[in-house]
Design a protein around this ligand. Structure first.
Ligand SMILES: NC(=O)c1ccc[n+]([C@@H]2O[C@H](COP(=O)([O-])OP(=O)(O)OC[C@H]3O[C@@H](n4cnc5c(N)ncnc54)[C@H](O)[C@@H]3O)[C@@H](O)[C@H]2O)c1
Length: 370
């Protein structure tokens, strides 16, 4: 069993991420090596990971006094109600700060359980076992936790809280749908574009093997992707500036998802891929990126065969709605629209401010194909 390790070192905490296939088997050794000791643990398990995987994980924590909490993951359930319910159970069972809370699930479960861990008695031990490709390459790195607000929206309540350990086992990915794999790949692609030609060329050469979850390609793709995010979050833990480059494709992407009403028609990852394509086209029109590099990246996206084209999803009448969502992006704090654009592979540019009318003209040209 090959296992890769990434050390995360922020000002306030240090922890490791382990990546590999079947490494769940190795949990007792990893805990010993990491000097993570506890008597009791509270396992929050996403009910969609499947019975076999769920039983497998449970068996690894059998020797501890443990409580299992089955969680049905959805944005609706990433809520105060579930935070409260888990807090009640931890209190009822007398969990102390030396005990441990463990999340086994995708980004929703990890964000919710990380949040609970950060506020329970001002912080209890927290282990994250991400089970989706997106959560392995993105949500489990960087220490952002949070829940949605029922009225005001997504991820508006949260904390920065680093886990004690992350275990990313490729084994879980076998049960993911193609849409969920695309979601993860969108972030892997984004990480390659903001980091280096080497990372992008690796994807360009091996994307079919990565999407089929073949080893060693999938482990390498996850590993390299986490390294990119690690380097950025270590320099900017609290999202003050540099961390914004992680938004490449996301300002457009969120507006696409929102305009489609967050329906199955266009999921988050598909929105991000479309968003990356749009950010590239915008960069080309503004003469920031050269045509050769633009075409290279676009060909890669075409070869992925996800069939994502702006004109298949939006019409001229949607432009105002798209701009409304871009202006109201929670990461946008000016009247102008702030875009992350690309000068070259590995060379993103922060803080490009454009007006509503710039964006309107752009979308019009794109949607009319002129
Ligand atoms: N904290 C961060 O830095 C960060 C970064 C990116 C995204 N996020 C958050 O992460 C969430 C998205 O993450 P996600 O895409 O993992 O969503 P998710 O947790 O909803 O998982 C997607 C779907 O896959 C299911 N699932 C999970 N593991 C599975 C498995 N092994 N096999 C089959 N099905 C499985 C889930 O039940 C769910 O239906 C969003 O809420 C987003 O806000 C957080």
């Amino acid at each position: 069993m090959k296992m890769k390790k990434i050390k995360i070192n922020t000002k306030d905490s240090k922890y490791n991420i382990y990546i590999g296939k079947n490494i769940i088997n190795n949990i007792p050794n990893i805990l010993k090596k990491e000097k993570i000791y506890f008597k009791k643990c509270f396992l929050v398990i996403d009910s969609n990971i499947g019975k076999k995987n769920s039983n497998f994980v449970k068996s690894k924590f059998k020797k501890y006094d443990n409580i299992i909490y089955n969680y049905k993951s959805s944005e609706k359930n990433k809520s105060f109600e579930y935070v409260n319910d888990i807090l009640n159970k931890l209190l009822h069972n007398n969990f102390s700060r030396n005990d441990c809370v463990i999340s086994i699930g995708g980004g929703i479960t990890g964000d919710l359980v990380g949040f609970v861990s950060s506020i329970y008695k001002r912080g209890i031990k927290f282990i994250n076992i991400p089970t989706t490709l997106l959560s392995q390459v993105d949500a489990s790195v960087g220490g952002k936790t949070g829940i949605n607000h029922k009225i005001y929206g997504k991820n508006l309540v949260g904390t920065f809280y680093q886990p004690n350990l992350v275990i990313s086992d490729i084994l879980f990915l076998d049960t993911l749908s193609k849409k969920e794999i695309i979601c993860g790949y969108a972030e892997i692609l984004k990480h390659s574009l903001i980091s280096s030609r080497e990372n992008f060329n690796f994807l360009n050469k091996n994307f079919d093997k990565i999407l089929s979850l073949n080893e060693p390609f999938i482990t390498k793709a996850i590993f390299e992707s986490c390294i990119v995010k690690k380097k950025i979050v270590q320099r900017d833990v609290k999202e003050k500036n540099l961390r914004k480059i992680l938004n490449l494709g996301h300002t457009f992407g969120h507006a696409y998802e929102a305009t489609c009403g967050f329906k199955k028609k266009l999921n988050h990852g598909e929105g991000v891929i479309l968003g990356i394509k749009t950010a590239l086209k915008f960069s080309l029109q503004r003469k920031l990126i050269n045509i050769k590099t633009y075409s290279k990246i676009l060909n890669h996206v075409k070869n992925l065969n996800f069939g994502l084209n702006l004109r298949n999803f939006f019409k001229i009448k949607d432009i105002n709605k798209l701009i409304y969502y871009m202006k109201n992006d929670k990461k946008n704090n000016s009247k102008m629209i702030n875009l992350i654009l690309l000068k070259d592979i590995g060379n993103p540019i922060l803080d490009n401010l454009y007006s509503e009318s710039d964006l309107k003209k752009f979308f019009k040209r794109e949607l009319l194909n002129i």
